[in-house]
Design a protein. Structure first.
Length: 52
């Protein structure tokens, strides 16, 4: 799932649902890479952002 915070920011409920797990904690893993916040694991996404 990808959110474009500049042109189409999600409402607070949609963002919280994507970022928080069932216990209310931030989903893991989470990494801030530049201006991107990557939450959860997707190998292609980590490769794209970490191997720039």
């Amino acid at each position: 799932m990808r959110f474009d915070m500049r042109t189409a920011p999600p409402d607070d409920d949609a963002l919280a649902e994507a970022l928080l797990g069932p216990t209310g904690n931030l989903r893991a893993p989470a990494a801030r890479v530049g201006r991107a916040l990557i939450v959860g694991f997707d190998e292609a996404t980590y490769t794209r952002y970490l191997l720039r």
